[in-house]
Design a protein around this ligand. Structure first.
Ligand code: FAD
Length: 478
């Protein structure tokens, strides 16, 4: 986690523009602590110098003009789920967008506009009123902003692609305070970079998406297998999913067992394999596509059933408590083969196990729309060669355990490296440094292109609290 390399900003901000309509929060303000709370609990160890809560795009422009004029680097808070804690770095000036929450849905065009403080659960609720949804992530408290700018994957990615594949436009305030639109015709190169390049190029004040009909009911839930069956069940997944329709999304998780009555008490909290299918096609026949997953072993619990899409797309909230200390590693797998499976299971077994902690290794099945419908070079987000995405997340309470969980995550990532591609999904791993940032978007050409866009829109790298792309003119990263 990289939150300390922050030059302290000017003391006082006495000359902050009077025209600003939002709220300024300093460390001695009543609401400062609530405002700086992030999903990543470790971010609470040290706080920013000033949190600037904006009410609209004009406010954002005011702050950015001020920051530009003084050469002050700016952090951006959308939904607050970034695992690096870049949204609230120590000593920084933070543009907080969390109160900008307007959503409009046009059911006739299926175009949805969302401001950057919108959370996924809010977007889902607004679109489902019209029988629609924007393909996005799986935990309702995640923000649309950071998720979209990194890519956005979830239960619908095999059917409708990543969130960025459904992004039509961004409204953005540039670091020098101009308001611009980026889409396929206005500022197309900027739009290319915004779809996967993260918060490097400006502050997005609205996203426009194409929504799709889903639900109201889908067939979803969990199939839980004892850990002893995990290797065989995982080995069978690629063949089952190769024959499955795009409507079937699948997450496989090696995770602590939920306290279910169907599991013996001594198994609660110990690792199991959970398959999490979400079928967004015909409810009446969905089970035909899901049964081959159950048949890969002898599940101790089959919790798959028809349920509202809103429930299916919030079932993982239960394993995503806010404010825990956490870390995250991940990467793309070209194949879920025996070696990768063995490595996943060996590392899961070696995870530290404190009573206040939980470690989960997720394997997301790609394929279908996310893999086949959009060319690798069409946008910054990379997916070339990825058949599965692995993601390891640990959560714990005590700072005394930081080093131990960090050590485990580093060892896990090292062990997975020979099985993983060099490109990856930026949002589902902590920042792994300059060499990783150089390859994570795919080819060297894509990286060069991102650096050129950065140089055009943020030449001084004012937006540097992120998985940073250095401007082309800066010393190249080796
Ligand atoms: C519990 C949990 C579940 C998750 N599940 C999924 C999932 O299912 N699918 C998935 O794809 N990802 C998932 N993620 C990862 C998620 O996409 C990233 O953490 C994402 O960065 C969250 O965005 P945010 O706005 O909530 O976070 P923030 O921490 O507010 O933002 C992250 C970064 O994005 C940039 N940023 C934010 N808003 C703006 C803006 N308006 N303009 C410019 N830059 C901005 C900033 O650099 C900021 O540091 C999950 C993360 C967590 C913690």
């Amino acid at each position: 986690m990289t939150m300390s390399a922050t030059p302290d900003v000017h003391s006082g901000f006495a000359d902050f523009p009077a025209g600003f309509r939002g709220t300024l929060l300093r460390p001695d303000s009543d609401r400062y602590d609530a405002a700086r709370a992030l999903y990543q609990g470790r971010a609470a160890d040290r706080g920013p110098t000033l949190i600037v809560q904006c009410v609209d795009a004009d406010d954002v422009a005011t702050v950015l003009r001020y920051a530009s004029a003084h050469g002050i680097p700016v952090a951006v808070r959308g939904g607050g789920h970034g695992s690096d804690g870049y949204a609230m770095p120590a000593g920084a000036l933070v543009v907080d967008l969390s109160s900008m929450k307007a959503i409009t849905v046009d059911p006739s065009t299926r175009v949805v506009r969302a401001e950057p403080g919108v959370l996924l659960g809010e977007l889902d609720a607004a679109t489902q009123r019209h029988g629609l949804t924007v393909p996005a992530g799986t935990v309702t408290s995640t923000g649309v902003a950071g998720l979209t700018l990194g890519g956005g994957i979830g239960h619908l990615m095999r059917r409708y692609g990543a969130t960025v594949d459904n992004l039509l436009a961004c409204e953005l305030v540039t670091v020098d305070g101009r308001t611009v639109r980026a889409d396929e015709t206005d500022n197309p190169e900027l739009f290319w970079a915004l779809r996967g390049g993260g918060g490097n190029f400006g502050v997005v004040t609205a996203f426009e998406y194409r929504a799709h009909p889903v639900g109201p009911d889908v067939v979803a839930g969990q199939l839980i297998f004892p850990i002893e069956q995990a290797a065989d069940v995982l080995a069978g997944l690629p063949a089952v999913m190769a024959a499955a329709p795009r409507e079937l999304g699948l997450l496989a998780a090696v995770a602590p067992a939920p306290a279910l009555p169907s599991l013996p008490a001594q198994a609660h909290g110990r690792p199991v394999l959970a398959l999490v299918p979400v079928h967004s096609g015909e409810v009446a026949t969905a089970r035909r596509d899901i049964d081959p997953l159950a048949a890969l072993g002898r599940p101790v619990a089959d919790l798959v059933a028809p349920m509202p899409w809103l429930r299916a797309n919030s079932m993982l909230d239960a394993v995503a408590p806010y404010g825990k200390r956490m870390n995250l590693r991940g990467g793309y797998l070209p194949a879920l083969d025996t070696d990768a499976i063995t490595t996943v299971l060996a590392n899961a077994a070696a995870a530290p196990a404190h009573p206040d902690a939980a470690t989960t290794i997720n394997l997301w099945c790609m394929g279908g729309a996310i893999s086949e419908d959009t060319a690798e070079d069409a946008m910054a987000f990379s997916r070339e060669g990825a058949a599965w995405l692995w993601e390891a997340v640990s959560m714990w309470d005590s700072s005394e355990h930081d080093a131990l969980y960090e050590q485990w995550a580093t060892a896990m990532a090292e062990a997975m490296r020979p099985h993983s591609l060099t490109n990856g999904y930026t949002n589902l791993t902590d920042d792994q440094g300059p060499q990783w940032r150089r390859t994570v978007h795919g080819s060297e050409d894509k990286h060069r292109r991102l650096r050129a866009v950065k140089a055009a829109w943020d030449p001084e790298n004012l937006l540097r609290f992120n998985k940073n792309i250095t401007p082309e003119s800066a010393a190249p990263v080796h």
